[in-house]
Ligand binder design. Structure first.
Ligand code: SF4
Ligand code: SF4
Length: 110
């Protein structure tokens, strides 16, 4: 995912408390041909947003709003110790520690 896509936005579903981890969309995201499976797993409105892929304008990709994500992991396909979960069928979502995220992108304004 492009760095610019990870910049915090001013979301409607903004969190008051920091989660320990955030969902991060990798370059493996296909946009699910315009019908993102992951959105159906996410319990937070306006958290996973389909946007135009800057590298391939005919395709979409998901962006996670870092100020809305609660770190619940429902969108991921990987569970603890290598187990598999219902989640992105393309394994395009990883969880990142919020400390790591903020080191790279700056402190989030919770
Ligand atoms: S993150 Fe996975 S489930 Fe969501 S749109 Fe991308 S490929 Fe589809
Ligand atoms: S971790 Fe939970 S809140 Fe965050 S994007 Fe995934 S499903 Fe949504």
């Amino acid at each position: 995912m492009a760095d610019a896509a990870m910049q915090p936005k001013a979301p409607p579903g903004r969190r008051k408390k920091k989660p320990k981890q955030l969902a991060y969309i990798t370059e493996a995201c296909t946009g699910c041909a315009g019908s993102p499976v992951c959105q159906s797993y996410c319990p937070v409105d306006e958290c996973m947003i389909l946007v135009q892929n800057p590298g391939a304008s005919t395709f979409g990709v998901i962006e996670v709003n870092p100020l809305a994500c609660i770190g619940c992991k429902k969108c991921t396909a990987k569970g603890p110790e290598g187990t598999f979960l219902d989640g992105c069928p393309w394994d395009a979502i990883v969880m990142v520690d919020i400390d790591e995220f903020e080191t790279k992108y700056g402190e989030l304004p919770f």
